[in-house]
Design a binder for this molecule. Structure first.
Ligand SMILES: [Zn+2]
Length: 246
């Protein structure tokens, strides 16, 4: 839509009524922009992704804790294993020949091996705990990718919906701006001030005996007075105070 869509205004008041029509449409577009269902969908998709990210964070922390426990056990097994290897070297090295000393060495080696076996059992338990956490992380990774796709699509829909309304808004704004020079600046200022305090409607037409702004009926005497006004005269609704165009 361009300014050429505005029919030539018959009077300054007709031009003001046309400005009002564009302002009303601009208010509607702002309202539509603020309440776009696509924005709700986008917000929901973003919240769903955040919830999955929270789950990923918790599972990752759990996984790291288990990995630390496993590493600690492996380090301990390695240390004790080295000690056992050292004792075995002494046992089979030939430098120790005393039977009692050899028996002590063997007992020490057996004791170290029992500790290693115990630690290996613990490590196995940890590995069994890691398995379901890894499965959960894999599942979360898939769900996260899906949720990210949903969010991307929602973002695109929102952008498209916003762009569509922005085009309509710009056209209304251009049409309104083209009309403004036809309206007396003092009248326009009064209209804008009235509009701000009266739900966006600052000027209305008298329809029969009813104000088109507040929809209240005016007295017969008042209607007669308004009908007799000269072409350049403006009046106000006695009920709502809006500018009233006969
Ligand atoms: Zn009124």
């Amino acid at each position: 839509m361009t300014s050429s869509d505005n029919p030539p205004a018959a009077s300054p008041f007709e031009a003001l009524l046309a400005v009002q029509a564009h302002d009303t449409r601009l208010d509607q577009i702002s309202h539509q922009l603020a309440g776009l269902p696509a924005r709700q969908a986008r917000d929901q998709a973003a919240a769903a992704l955040r919830a999955i990210d929270d789950e990923v964070e918790a599972a990752t922390a759990e996984r790291s804790d288990l990995a630390r426990q496993q590493k600690r056990l492996e380090d301990e097994i390695e240390t004790i294993g080295a000690k056992r290897a050292h004792e075995e070297a002494a046992l089979y090295g030939g430098s120790v020949t005393n039977a009692r000393a050899l028996q002590d060495l063997q007992e020490e080696i057996d004791s170290l091996q029992r500790r290693i076996s115990g630690l290996e059992d613990q490590e196995l338990e940890i590995m069994e705990q890691i398995e379901p956490v890894d499965a959960r992380l894999g599942d979360l990774s898939r769900r996260r990718a899906e949720a990210a796709d949903v969010l991307d699509a929602a973002e695109m829909e929102l952008t498209a919906a916003e762009a569509e309304l922005a085009v309509a808004r710009d056209a209304e704004q251009a049409a309104r701006d083209a009309l403004v020079p036809e309206v007396d600046p003092t009248l326009l200022a009064e209209y804008q001030s009235l509009r701000a305090g009266r739900g966006g409607v600052g000027v209305a037409r008298l329809v029969g005996s009813q104000c088109g702004g507040c929809h209240l009926g005016l007295s017969a005497m008042e209607v007669a007075r308004i009908r007799k006004l000269g072409p350049g005269e403006i009046t106000h609704c006695e009920e709502c105070g809006r500018l009233l165009v006969p």
